[in-house]
Design a protein around this ligand. Sequence first.
Ligand SMILES: CCCCCCCCCCCCCCCC(=O)SCCNC(=O)CCNC(=O)[C@H](O)C(C)(C)COP(=O)(O)OP(=O)(O)OC[C@H]1O[C@@H](n2cnc3c(N)ncnc32)[C@H](O)[C@@H]1OP(=O)(O)O
Length: 224
Amino acid sequence: MTSRRSSLDASAAHAGGFFLDDTPTEEVDRREAVLESLAGTVRDLVDAAIRTTVEDEEVLRVRDDLAALVARLRASQLPGPAGVRFNADRRSWNWGNAVVGAANGIAPPLRVVHGPDGCHADVRLGAAYEGPPGLVHGGVSAMLLDHIMGETASGRRRTAFTGTLTMRYRRGTPLGPLRLEARVVREEGRKIFVDGSISDAGGVTVEAEGIFIQPAGTPEFPRT
Ligand SMILES: CCCCCCCCCCCCCCCC(=O)SCCNC(=O)CCNC(=O)[C@H](O)C(C)(C)COP(=O)(O)OP(=O)(O)OC[C@H]1O[C@@H](n2cnc3c(N)ncnc32)[C@H](O)[C@@H]1OP(=O)(O)O
């Protein structure tokens, strides 16, 4: 088995909390597809574990089988979290991210689409994201909006951290298919004001307003 840790660490240079990495885009895409397929199965496992009704003995046998699989993945590990990396093509990858991480089985995951007027994402939230019965946990709604609004502020050309995020929960957000939207309303110096929403088939369930800050001294690339 080949470890990936050394090549990533050797090529990384720090840039405003993000890492410039010389891994070619083709190689990033290849590895991402592999990790994504693993995370999809992990996500399925989480859902199956929540909803299983098999006998206790079978649950315990599955637990032992899983422990053996975990040990195989632990054979070669990063020393800490996956971090955020980007290369000279401005291909960025944040495989551990809680919302979009390709390798993260507890990320829904959100697939953010960047357009001229902002960003949107279609997502289906299952049993792992439940708060009130049949409804999305309010913190999960805030987390997803925080991410898509932050990515909108970032525009894939600068880093933008959440300064203030205000949520208005208009009605319960049902588990199932949902659409998230975000757009930049205005900018003042390093402050980027962003609106966001979550909708189901019946309309908006959650609205949000956020102020995202570009940390002082961090790089900004031209718009693409
Ligand atoms: C690089 C290449 C491309 C890479 C491409 C990758 C793209 C990848 C996209 C990822 C998208 C992630 C989306 C998730 C986003 C999170 O979840 S980020 C995590 C949660 N947020 C945090 O942890 C932030 C913690 N806070 C901080 O780090 C710092 O307080 C901040 C927010 C950076 C501000 O610090 P600062 O720059 O020292 O701020 P400061 O100079 O005091 O103030 C600047 C201005 O902002 C205002 N301000 C400061 N703090 C706040 C606040 N909390 N609220 C409102 N206004 C504030 C000040 O009043 C001031 O305003 P003016 O006086 O200029 O009018």
